[in-house]
Design a protein around this ligand. Structure first.
Ligand SMILES: O=C(CO)COP(=O)(O)O
Length: 254
């Protein structure tokens, strides 16, 4: 059985103190109230990683993630953070290819392929994001668009590496807009992606890959989205910034 995962992507929000408070609230609530085997991941800004990592490493089902990593190993890359640095503060996951990084920082499928390979080489689990903009959805080109993102960034991986990747489908028109994909739209895309992976690798491998949904997922709609057979959890933005809301979303993932 593949893993169920609910990851909070805090993006660039709050101060250092705000982040520590949020992390400790979430950790306590998960310990007290969650008895399923869902993996909770906190993807914090870089400055929080070291401190939050000290908290998460004591708790079996809450894990630490970063929101980005460098495609380079080390050296003269001012402002960048390497995968070894992330490992050294107990990060286990890293979001790669979020649409905001593709859009505002011009990250390409080819560059993301390097980041995914780099993360895997350090033993980090990449949460690889894909998703189409509104014009592409309106032109009904979402399946070729998103499968191409997967092909160009992931399909050079060996079977052993591919098995370790987590995918997050985040339709750009649903991110931060309050307009979520319907559970039917999410399920259809997740099924297409799983079949695409099965065609390149195998049905058995595709069945092992966790595919998360992201885009205005919140306490009101999480249960319906997570009930879809190919939706294995969520990547949560806005609703991960309030511990109670985030916990409700975590509890919806059974
Ligand atoms: O981008 C997202 C998570 O990575 C989704 O953001 P929202 O949940 O705020 O729509």
């Amino acid at each position: 059985m593949r893993k169920k995962i609910v990851a909070g992507n805090w993006k660039m929000n709050g101060t250092y103190e705000d982040g520590l408070k949020l992390a400790s609230e979430v950790i306590h609530m998960v310990q007290d109230e969650v008895n399923s085997d869902v993996e909770v991941v906190l993807c914090t800004p870089f400055i929080h990683l070291s401190s939050v990592g000290k908290l998460t490493k004591e708790v079996p089902n809450v894990h630490l993630g970063a929101q980005n990593c460098s495609e380079y190993t080390s050296g003269a890359y001012t402002g960048e953070v390497s995968v070894q640095m992330l490992r050294s503060v107990h990060a286990e996951y890293v979001i790669i290819g979020h649409s905001e990084r593709r859009e505002y920082f011009n990250e390409t499928n080819q560059q993301l392929a390097k980041k995914v390979a780099m993360a895997l080489s350090a033993g980090l689990t990449p949460i690889f994001c894909c998703g189409e903009p509104l014009q592409v959805r309106e032109a009904e080109q979402q399946y070729p668009y998103v499968t191409q993102q997967i092909t160009e960034s992931l399909f050079d991986l060996s079977e052993d590496d591919m098995k370790k990747v987590v995918i997050a489908y985040e339709p750009i028109w649903a991110i931060g807009t309050g307009r979520t994909a319907s559970s039917q739209q999410a399920q259809e895309m997740h099924k297409v992606l799983r079949q695409h992976i099965a065609n390149r690798y195998s049905e058995a491998l595709a069945a092992e890959i966790s595919i998360l949904y992201g885009g205005s997922a919140k306490p009101d709609n999480a249960e319906e989205l997570f009930a879809c057979p190919d939706v294995d959890g969520g990547l949560i933005g806005g609703a991960s910034l309030k511990s109670r809301d985030f916990l409700q979303v975590v509890k919806a993932c059974k």
